[in-house]
Design a protein around this ligand. Structure first.
Ligand code: FBP
Length: 701
């Protein structure tokens, strides 16, 4: 098109087609925003009350009793609906009294957060149109600094069923000092808040319990909401009864990751040249990796919790025969893990599949013996340093080299002064053997809650570095080969005028009856190929190799190529699945019912998530009952215990049983599953996480 023929840009932008296709609002967005998730039956009632139940029991930690006396005797509460006629005036007054409620997001985003707000807002406005909801900006900092906005219908409607925490943003600050507590109290007073709803992970719900204790006498109720894509908030009572099967956001994130990873399976099984290495978020827990495996049938999925249970039986036996016990046989080492991965790669290559998909949880290294030891030791050293010097290790030693020098000094002291130190020369030597980037990762500052920041560690680089090294060794030894299909071999040989049956036994490890043929270990170069063929009298010495032989040999030489992917932030920002839309909208309603009925120190939850929607039951769970003492930043702290993958669960056992099938180290097709994208309407999206569906079978099969 010539310049003179082009319409003026204003005219172009004003064209209805251009305006439509470049608008921020598209049909999908309109549909999402207009969707109204169904609510549990109780919320159709004009009023709700709470029914306390003794059906569930939690072992109370003595320290929790000491630190949280005002909320320690909370019990599980069931939200019950009441009609106009069966409701007393005092209940009516309690439910409809004018209230101001603050809500805050805490920690990483998780799909569905906006619907918690929408649920709370709708329930509050239905109870009393004069109720006010304030959103704190940028997480707990918004509470400390009194940075809040009153949420309007328009603002809430703009974000219904949409991903992200964009409406009010989020942050990771912990309200953990008397000063921050005091400022938070002041904010609640200034805004005239009756209640505060904290939407966060295990640490933020822990923080909610402490705030509930602290603000109890001020009459400010605090309610937690279980958010995190990691899926590590799952609540069972002491007898194993499930109260909260999953935190919100998990399903959407897993589905988002799975959709992408499934696309990678299509890619690698098409151009058959890459192993796609997919690290998925989830901190120390491997729930997301497990769900992604069930969704996609990736060829290999490492589950950290499974590795912790690993026992090297050969080592144990060898020691037993000497009359000793080899304690190092328990748990997996980094080296061993890389061997397990190599084994899968080798076996697939042997049937011509030098490609595949490997899923690695981001926190997998936490379960590896030597890394676990480093993490614990470094936590202790840093905490001791901070305590002794009343300062911050990471600010005092900004550069990696400075940190390493401090560790070196510790090791030297332990040797020269012969005192028992957490860090000795052996630790220092081992630590110096690992690559810089990994040292840096292990020395990364803990987050505000004392968590190791797994997302900052290049786990995949560490693991794949070892895998590559070992594969190189195996290649040199002639043990890593790409299997040649018999059909291809015969066709190629015949086309070149050679008798496949004459050459086969000399060329391959096993020739008879095999569908895939593996070139002999002793043949690892064109030179060794010539030598072997000449030795068997199949070609004349020093004569050029026949072309078909050379072609087949070259095809058998593996080239291990990887593409690395990190799935995390994308899934956290994904739009919620229908499951998460409905779940979170009901969590918002539950939070309001808890507030309206004077609860505090409770976590809003929905029981029976693993079953049909008709059975979903909104409840309040006593947060204090979930708390245990755990090491954080080298010190014991009272926190909600993270739930990790239970290797006895049905979901894990199913994965375990299907691992071999999904590795597909046999001739024939792979067994990839195509979960498809998150579709808001239509039938393609399953109702709930597969992990939940499988775990719900517990006790039934
Ligand atoms: P939450 O525990 O706050 O829900 O965050 C989960 C998570 O996405 C982890 O999976 C991940 O390790 C971490 O956040 C990353 O944190 P950051 O946003 O600070 O990089």
């Amino acid at each position: 098109m010539t310049e003179s023929a082009a319409p003026p840009i204003e005219e172009l932008l004003g064209h209805p087609v251009v305006a439509e296709v470049t608008a921020n609002v598209n049909a999908e967005l309109v549909e999402r925003r207009s969707y109204r998730p169904p609510v549990c039956k109780v919320f159709d009632s004009p009023y709700t009350v709470l029914e306390e139940t003794d059906e569930y029991h939690f072992e109370i930690d003595a320290e929790a009793r000491r630190q949280l006396p005002k909320i320690i005797d909370n019990r599980v509460q069931k939200v019950v609906g009441l009609g106009e006629t069966d409701c007393s005036d005092s209940i009516k007054e309690r439910c409809t009294r004018r209230r101001s409620i603050g809500i805050v997001f805490s920690g990483g985003p998780a799909p569905g957060g906006h619907n918690v707000i929408a649920g709370l807002y709708d329930a509050a406005k239905k109870a009393n149109p004069e109720n006010r909801i304030f959103g704190f900006i940028l997480g707990p900092d918004g509470i400390i600094e009194n940075d809040a906005v009153e949420l309007t219908q328009e603002r809430v409607d703009q974000f219904r069923n949409l991903g992200g925490f964009t409406m009010i943003k989020t942050g990771r600050t912990k309200i953990d000092t008397p000063k921050k507590m005091e400022l938070s109290r002041q904010t609640c007073k200034e805004l005239g808040l009756d209640a505060l709803v904290i939407v966060g992970g295990d640490d933020s719900n822990t923080n909610a319990a402490f705030l509930a204790q602290e603000l109890y006498d001020d009459g400010v109720q605090v309610i937690g909401v279980p958010k995190t894509i990691d899926g590590d908030i799952q609540v069972r009572d002491d007898s194993g009864k499930v109260l909260c099967a999953m935190s919100f956001g998990f399903h959407s994130a897993a589905r988002a990751f799975a959709a992408d990873i499934s696309n990678l399976s299509n890619d690698c099984s098409s151009d058959v040249k890459y192993w796609h290495i997919c690290k998925v978020m989830g901190r120390v827990a491997s729930h997301l990796a497990l769900e992604v495996a069930l969704q996609t049938h990736a060829n290999m999925t490492m589950i950290g919790e499974d590795m912790a249970n690993y026992v090297d039986k050969r080592r144990l036996e060898a020691a037993r025969s000497d009359g000793t016990t080899d304690y190092t046989a328990y748990g997996m080492t980094l080296r061993h893990m890389s061997r397990v991965i190599c084994d899968g790669i080798l076996r697939r290559a042997a049937v011509g599949k030098n490609y595949g998909v490997l899923v690695l949880p981001e926190g997998v290294l936490e379960f590896i013996n030597e890394i676990q030891v480093f993490i614990i030791k470094l936590n202790t050293i840093i905490a001791d340093y901070n305590k002794t010097h009343d300062t911050d290790f990471h600010s005092d030693f900004l550069l990696l080299e400075d940190k390493l020098e401090y560790l070196r000094r510790l090791a030297r002291r332990s040797r020269e002064e012969e005192f028992l130190s957490v860090w000795n020369t052996r630790d220092d030597d081992l630590f110096n053997d690992i690559p810089d980037f990994f040292q840096e990762g292990l020395l990364t500052e803990r987050d505000a809650h004392g968590n190791f920041q797994f997302s900052q560690v290049e786990t995949e680089k560490v693991v794949m570095g070892l895998v590559k090294d070992y594969l190189d060794q195996l290649k040199e030894r002639g043990q890593y080969k790409v299997g040649i299909s018999r059909e291809y071999y015969e066709k190629t040989m015949k086309k070149g005028g050679l008798d496949p049956d004459r050459f086969g036994p000399a060329l391959f490890q096993k020739f008879e009856g095999e569908e895939y043929l593996l070139v002999k270990e002793s043949i690892f170069s064109l030179k060794t190929l010539s030598q072997e063929m000449a030795k068997e009298g199949l070609i004349e010495e020093k004569k050029p190799l026949p072309e078909p032989l050379e072609k087949i040999f070259k095809k058998s030489v593996p080239n291990f190529k990887t593409q690395i992917h990190f799935y995390g932030y994308d899934g956290r920002g994904s739009d919620p699945t229908r499951f998460d839309c409905i779940y979170t909208y009901n969590l918002g309603h539950t939070a309001f019912s808890l507030v309206a009925n004077k609860a505090t120190g409770q976590m809003a939850a929905v029981k029976n998530l693993e079953h049909d929607f008709e059975t979903w039951t909104p409840i309040g769970i006593p947060i204090s009952g979930l708390m245990r003492l755990e090491e954080r930043k080298g010190r014991l702290a009272l926190v909600i215990e993270k739930s990790v993958v239970d290797t006895n669960s049905t979901s894990f056992r199913v994965l375990e049983a299907l691992r071999e099938k999904w590795l597909a180290a046999a001739p024939g097709d792979d067994h990839y599953r195509r979960p498809g994208p998150i579709r808001f309407s239509g039938k393609s999206e399953e109702e709930r996480p597969i992990t939940l569906v499988l775990n719900a079978l517990e006790g039934q099969v």
